[in-house]
Design a protein around this ligand. Structure first.
Ligand SMILES: Cc1cc2nc3c(=O)[nH]c(=O)nc-3n(C[C@H](O)[C@H](O)[C@H](O)COP(=O)(O)OP(=O)(O)OC[C@H]3O[C@@H](n4cnc5c(N)ncnc54)[C@H](O)[C@@H]3O)c2cc1C
Length: 389
């Protein structure tokens, strides 16, 4: 029932989306005593964050201190400056300044616990930590989540197959992160989650955003925010038109977000409301393997093989950190031209790489997304050289 001003519900804070950033925002707001609601478009919480490894690059915190790493905000500052120069300096400084307090605050809640995991910082630059400074959430026993368990998006292989969590198995990586944040937020007694609430637009009054409009299975609702609206609903990787507008190569079908999500309608809404945007053609890139159904698998940790463009030309070192290799691929692929990975049978016909979701060689061969040559003719070097010239 709408009130006199046309609102179906009122909260202090509305959080749109339910990835790691959204759930962290919800926990912090609810922990401050604010009546907080999380609105998630799908039936499940966690978005791409639930599929992820959940390695958090938040430097200079108590987690690195516990691990005895000797990390510091100053060292991380030097590293980021070396990599990014003056780009977004204000945001970089805020990120570095607040990371230690944020992590301390999250870990104040017994539901949230992290441990350092060795992921070397990728680039040789001042401030680099050879063993890395990333940390991950501890695995989470499913019984701790109780009734909330079916709300957490499962690991990608099971999710894409329409299956839930494996019975009794601990939640790991991104599922543990989302599960832990959800547990902590709801335990404050100030946060609730609403799934199948697809936010389609912002409500503004006198130039201020005062609420949102959302599509639900029971029709459209208008929800008011007394204190603020936090938009943390992913990017626009699932929308071909926005990708084209911002010169993001590839196709929405290759997005790693849960199917049909992260389509950028909120980006359009904030731009319409007068918000500034930045770095729209930037992303955290990763090589992808095309799957038989036309979607993609996140592909990293190549142990062999060569990646070539459509003319057979090798264009980068396949051992680059995956974001760098992803960038190199993005620079050559254009709108639809794929690159190709050529690998041998050393691993019994399996891809010499990690893929998320996993890849099944037999399915690929049957679908024609992989082609196998049973014989390979090697040319003497001088002949290969002549050919090249
Ligand atoms: C396999 C894999 C491993 C990764 N590992 C790591 C890692 O270890 N460390 C790391 O830092 N990064 C990692 N990443 C990247 C990381 O997962 C993403 O950058 C991050 O999850 C993005 O978070 P987000 O909150 O912006 O979006 P998402 O997590 O995708 O969340 C967006 C949510 O908003 C919802 N939504 C969208 N539109 C609306 C709307 N209009 N109304 C309501 N809800 C909406 C979506 O349904 C979704 O649930 C990995 C990615 C992949 C694919």
């Amino acid at each position: 029932m709408r009130d006199g001003q046309g609102w179906d519900a009122t909260h202090d804070v509305i959080v749109v989306g339910s990835g790691a950033g959204a759930m962290t925002g919800a926990l912090v707001a609810a922990g401050d005593g604010l009546d907080t609601v999380v609105l998630e478009r799908t039936a499940l919480l966690g978005g791409t964050s639930a599929y992820s490894g959940a390695a958090c690059w938040l430097p200079g915190t108590q987690v690195q201190e516990r691990a005895g790493l000797g990390d510091s905000t100053e060292a991380a500052d030097a590293y980021l400056r070396a990599l990014t120069g003056d780009t977004e300096a204000e945001r970089r400084d805020a990120f570095l300044r607040h990371a230690p307090d944020l992590v301390a605050r999250l870990e104040d809640d017994p539901a949230v616990e992290f441990e350092w995991r060795a992921f070397p910082d990728y680039v040789a630059a001042p401030g680099r930590m050879d063993a890395g400074r990333s940390f991950v959430p501890l695995d989470l026993a499913p019984e701790l989540l109780g009734d909330l368990l079916p709300l957490v998006r499962p690991v990608i292989d099971r999710d894409r197959a329409g299956r839930g969590h494996r019975a009794g198995a601990p939640l790991t990586a991104g599922r543990a992160l989302i599960g832990r944040l959800l547990l902590a937020a709801t335990r404050t007694g100030n946060a609730r989650v609403r799934t199948e609430h697809h936010v389609t637009g912002l409500v503004t009054e006198d130039g201020r955003v005062t609420g949102v409009e959302a599509r639900t299975p029971d029709g459209t609702v208008r929800i008011r925010a007394g204190r603020g609206v936090l938009l943390a609903a992913g990017g626009f990787e699932g929308d071909d038109a926005l990708r084209a507008e911002h010169r993001v190569p590839g196709s929405a079908a290759w997005s790693m977000a849960p199917r049909g999500t992260n389509t950028g309608e909120l980006l359009r809404a904030v731009v319409e409301a007068g918000a500034a945007t930045g770095l729209m053609d930037e992303a955290w890139w990763c090589p992808g393997t095309e799957l038989p159904d036309g979607s993609a698998a996140f592909t990293l940790g190549l142990r062999g093989g060569l990646i070539v463009d459509g003319s057979g030309r090798r264009f980068a070192n396949e051992s680059l950190p995956y974001d760098r290799m992803g960038r190199a691929i993005a620079a050559v692929v254009g709108a639809s031209a794929p690159t190709y990975l050529i690998f041998d049978s050393r691993e019994g016909g399996a891809l010499p790489a990690i893929t998320v979701p996993s890849t099944d060689p037999a399915e690929h061969l049957a679908a024609g997304t992989w082609v196998r040559a049973t014989r390979c003719r090697s040319l003497p070097l001088s002949s290969a050289y002549r050919q090249k010239r």
